[in-house]
Design a protein around this ligand. Structure first.
Ligand SMILES: [Zn+2]
Length: 108
């Protein structure tokens, strides 16, 4: 059950990362096609800003995938849902909100 939920989340995050990567690539192509003189081109500055935002989003999404992978490993090792801080079970409400949580509220 948890495994399915995690796999679903992972698939979503993967799709999101793929979209972001594609957008990012599109931006690179756009900036290459436009004037190479980025710094003095207002459009170039906008592209630079968008690129930075997309890069940050992509990094965050990949981090989430790594978190989910980690949670999947814990499912396989039967340590999923056990707080890494105090060793007690993580409350279900917390896992429902954050399926890849490694710590209970008190230890987070
Ligand atoms: Zn704890």
């Amino acid at each position: 059950m948890v495994r399915d939920e995690l796999l679903r989340l992972r698939a979503n995050a993967e799709a999101e990362a793929a979209t972001l990567a594609r957008d990012l690539e599109g931006l690179f192509t756009a900036s290459r096609d436009s004037n190479a003189d980025d710094e003095h081109d207002p459009e170039g500055a906008t592209i630079g800003f968008e690129r930075a935002q997309l890069t940050a989003l992509l990094a965050a999404t990949r981090e989430r995938i790594a978190e989910i992978d980690d949670a999947l490993r814990r499912v396989d090792a039967s340590t999923y849902g056990v707080c890494e801080g105090c060793g007690r079970p993580i409350p279900e409400e917390r896992l429902a909100a954050r399926p890849f949580a490694r710590r209970c509220m008190a230890c987070a």
